[in-house]
Ligand binder design. Sequence first.
Ligand SMILES: Nc1nc2c(c(=O)[nH]1)N[C@@H](CNc1ccc(C(=O)N[C@@H](CCC(=O)N[C@@H](CCC(=O)N[C@@H](CCC(=O)O)C(=O)O)C(=O)O)C(=O)O)cc1)CN2
Ligand SMILES: [Zn+2]
Length: 781
Amino acid sequence: MTAHAFPTGTILGYPRIGRRRELKRAVEAFWAGTIDADELEARAAALRAATRERLADLGLDRATSAIPESFSFYDQVLDAAITVGAVPPRFAGLRDAGGGVDLAGYFTIARGVGDSAPLEMTKWFDSNYHYLVPEIGPDTVFTLHADRILAEFAEAKAQGFLTRPVVVGPVTFLLLAKPADDAPAGFGPLDRLGDLVPVYGQLLDRLAAAGAEWVQLDEPALVSESIDEPRDRVLESAATAYDALGAADARPSIFVAAPYGALDDALPVLAATPVEAIGLDLVRGTLAAQLDPVTEESLAAKTLVAGVIDGHNVWRGDLAAAFARVEAVQHLSGAVAVSTSTSLLHVPHDVDAETSLDARLGSWLAFADQKVAQVATLARGLGEGRETIETALDEASAALADRTSAPGVRVPAVRDRVTALADRDFARAVYDERVAAQQSLDLPELPTTTIGSFPQTGDIRRARARLVKGELDADGYRQLMRAEIERVVRLQEEIGLDVLVHGEPERNDMVQYFAELLDGFSVTEHGWVQSYGSRCTRPSILWGDVSRPAPMTVEWSSYAQSLTEKPVKGMLTGPVTILAWSFVRDDQPLGDTARQVALALRDEIADLERAGIRVIQVDEPALRELLPLKLAEQPAYLDWSVGAFRLATGGAASATQVHTHLCYSEFGVVIDAIKNLDADVTSIEAARSRMEVVDDIAASGFAHGIGPGVYDIHSPRVPSAVEVQALLERAVAEIPASRLWVNPDCGLKTRGYDETVASLEHILEAARAVRAELRESVLAE
Ligand SMILES: Nc1nc2c(c(=O)[nH]1)N[C@@H](CNc1ccc(C(=O)N[C@@H](CCC(=O)N[C@@H](CCC(=O)N[C@@H](CCC(=O)O)C(=O)O)C(=O)O)C(=O)O)cc1)CN2
Ligand SMILES: [Zn+2]
């Protein structure tokens, strides 16, 4: 093969949802049946074309593979699964004559249909992006379906671009997969590497024939030590895969990207393979101080793609330091390129779209477009000399200095309160004492509840949009939300739930809502970031010291409680999750910031108690997400994160039942941390993995209340009562009924009312049936 020069500036990927969420709207319109597949394809193609032009305008080269083809209709891991033909048998009927699946079929695998549950969804490394988990068994037949990848490359070519296809690499693909249901014990997807790699080989072959000069294979799994596979085997697999792929004659040059941290011992392994370029995350990782001579020699012959612009955060940052990092890499290889540390998928499109943002704050920020421009600047410095970019470096340094001294960044009263904290602030009374005090709640066996949100209807969102636009005044908005709360409370009473919620209609998002009410945060208007599929969030920006000027939730919760005799759960988002789903200041340890947020929540809990709220849930769905990928960093993280939760809840009276909620599975790894949260009741996601997690819980000795989810709220499917009953029976077999709660996997905000009511009714029916079974078995004894 001919060696191709790598472009001097590139990015690992770009947001695909569209500057105004055009893709979300198109995809949802297709699901709703208001546009057909051709129309959806046309809109997606227009979006891709606009993205390429934009990236070229921002300074990425049109002709040298600088622009990545990183589009996806739903998820890049699902795309890879479809590309290699890994369609689970339950979806075999969706395949066409050639074995591929069309767009409708693709979405069906993502979202489920009838009795066929969708692929499981879980967090993509330590981000708030969710991927679909491929299911691989011993019999999965890998066959190439490259039509989409080839079509997008050809589409770019016709537009006058030579782009770089991006695909999840084979090792990461298998490491992120789970064994198919019928796989024998001891089987792991990685066992199939030898069968999968030839299909990637065919893909490279086809891309070369189409004229691709470079292809990017993303291998973030090589960075993570939190992977259920011995490290030796991971490294061996990387060597095997890239030796094999590299050996082909007809192939594009291979760029292996390793975002989300340092490659560490995987760097020598990749260096020893024939791949032409390696991407290093130099924001999270640093270059190893010492590399062995063989590795040094191999690296000298490769292109090193220096990921120095942070793809995971929105700060404009220290551009001069980033450039120095690029220069340091030049000691290793004569061929160095500038890039982002990760795909820009995690950041919004454009700061300039934020016309209401404080200008001073805006000058400290860089969203995707600004980051692309930063890459282009550094690439120019690399090619033409540092002096040609001196002004840009100085301007970034000045913005950084301005940030340090701006009002609100350091508030003495907030800092003094954190400094004064003592051990007792992190602990409640012992659990048994709390259980006794909470008897007054008078709950039945297997108490039923929901996770907090009820469907966010178009009416609710439109009301909020009108409030923002000034078409509805605060009082009118308040009346509409109160009407919604009343409706939700009545509905829960009719269905027969035991612990009610107010339904969270007033929340645009469970983090943004609090960010808008706390000092130290700012929010954006258009700063959308894809969370999963068509769902997006607008992460808030935590730039200063955090404090609570006034109560945030008391009015809504106490109104809901005034409507019913049943306990209404107060609903707060926990400190770790507020941090995880915001863009957080990087000028102090996260743990310090977490304590500030925790104190604000602690005051809110005290106010809720005073208002007569007896059950309070503090959601921490992101506890697992922020767990560092490197084992050595995990204990310190678990210490500050668990500490922040305990600080937030530590002031609650014994009679107040503190709940927490976590979703996105893999609880095994954080089960001790969950225990240490010391909540009275913990609800977790379990339905999509059919209660697998119950084994982990039983084995861990977890001894507080636990509600493994029985309804997968990410899918439009309504589970039958029989199905829910089977899940509950599985749970009762492992967990004492006295500690078991019955609830969905997560909040219901993305569901419609019809599905919600039907599903909750089935859940109640199943709970009653299992309660009856329990009574019978007691009588029988
Ligand atoms: N931050 C965060 N991260 C999270 C989660 C989460 O809830 N929050 N949950 C998990 C992921 N799950 C998610 C579940 C749902 C949504 C979701 O529903 N997002 C909504 C947007 C939510 C929102 O911000 N809503 C706003 C703005 C809504 C909106 O789009 N308004 C329209 C106007 C209203 C209309 O006419 O419909 C507009 O701006 O154009 C509001 O309600 O006020 C969406 O994609 O559609 C996102 C993530 C993990 N990570
Ligand atoms: Zn949840």
